[in-house]
Design a protein around this ligand. Structure first.
Ligand code: GZL
Length: 308
């Protein structure tokens, strides 16, 4: 897609520093703080002036930040939308101001996709499928029911919607898989622990598997499982997503079975995209991050080379 704005950024005086306004969701998880570090470090390395705002996971704060970037006439706006809906109006204001918008990490639901130049981030559907495929493999040959409890991410967010969808797409193939409880833990350790305590009270020893949409909620749930006198990764198989340091530490301690990688290291790609826009280049509408999966058996070997 070409620049939805007017003059290509190339019209900027060559020596003028590119100014990028970035609206970050918050600091809810290890993933998020690693993502922020990646963006700040990459801006400094690229000599880009970064105006950074933290929305404490509130959409209204993100919209306020985007409006302030428009008022300041930044060259490029980028943000990680906390939920998929409710962005049309402010994105139209950015378009009217001829400021190109880059989406990072999470997608938005808009009818007119000229409202953003590109969306760079993971394929959350595929992350959910990878989690489902790992569980199918792990329970191959077992005939009894596999009772699953699910800790969903932030309600209405692209990762929560798609990680649920991708996982269900795979497990629906075998009726032995039963999701007996599913509730949001809002991607945080504290909420993940609280909701897992409720699951354990309601279902107790019936629970065979926990599927957590991120490592932070899984780590919170591990505390609840231990406090209930059960052995995480043994009495209850635990599958999570992100691949942050805390997950590797839990796998090395034998308390988490697998983590599907979701890379937060989008900073360099974001700065490259902003500079390409300034140079008048067109960007692909979708840039997908390449990712892997880490079962506990490889955690100790992989840990030293992990960058987040
Ligand atoms: C995924 C990102 C999610 C992470 C969580 O790209 O949006 O938000 O999986 C984070 O850890 O809070």
């Amino acid at each position: 897609a070409t620049l939805s704005a007017g003059l290509p950024l190339g019209a900027l005086a060559a020596d003028k520093k590119l100014v990028l306004g970035f609206s970050q969701i918050g600091a809810e998880s290890e993933w998020r703080t690693a993502n922020t570090e990646s963006i700040k470090a990459a801006a400094a390395a690229a000599g880009i002036e970064l105006k950074f705002s933290d929305a404490q996971q509130k959409q209204e704060n993100q919209i306020k930040a985007l409006r302030s970037f428009i008022a300041q006439k930044v060259d490029v706006i980028a943000f990680s939308p906390v939920v998929e809906s409710g962005w049309e109006t402010v994105l139209r204001e950015a378009k009217a101001a001829k400021i190109p918008v880059i989406l990072t990490d999470r997608a938005v639901n808009v009818k007119d996709d000229s409202l953003y130049v590109t969306f760079m981030g993971s394929d959350f559907l595929e992350e959910g499928r990878k989690a489902g495929r790992w569980l199918v493999e792990k329970t191959k040959g077992s005939t009894g029911d596999v009772n699953i409890v699910e800790l969903q991410g932030t309600v209405g967010s692209a990762p929560a919607i798609d990680r649920k969808k991708g996982f269900e797409e795979i497990i629906k193939a075998d009726p032995k898989f039963k999701v007996i409880r599913s509730q949001t833990g809002d991607f945080t350790r504290a909420k993940g622990k609280e909701v897992m305590e409720a699951f354990l009270k309601a279902e107790g020893k019936k629970i065979n598997v926990l599927y957590a949409h991120n490592d932070d909620m899984a780590i919170g749930a591990i505390q609840a499982i231990e406090e209930a006198g059960l052995k995480p990764a043994k009495d209850i198989t635990i599958i999570s997503i992100d691949g942050v340091k805390g997950a590797f530490e839990a796998m090395i301690a034998g308390k988490l079975n697998v983590s599907v990688e979701c890379s937060p290291l989008l900073g360099p790609q974001l700065m490259q995209a902003a500079q390409d826009l300034k140079a008048g280049k067109t960007l692909p509408k979708r840039i997908v991050t390449q990712e892997s999966i880490f079962p506990m058996e490889v955690a100790a070997k992989e840990f030293p080379s992990r960058k987040y």
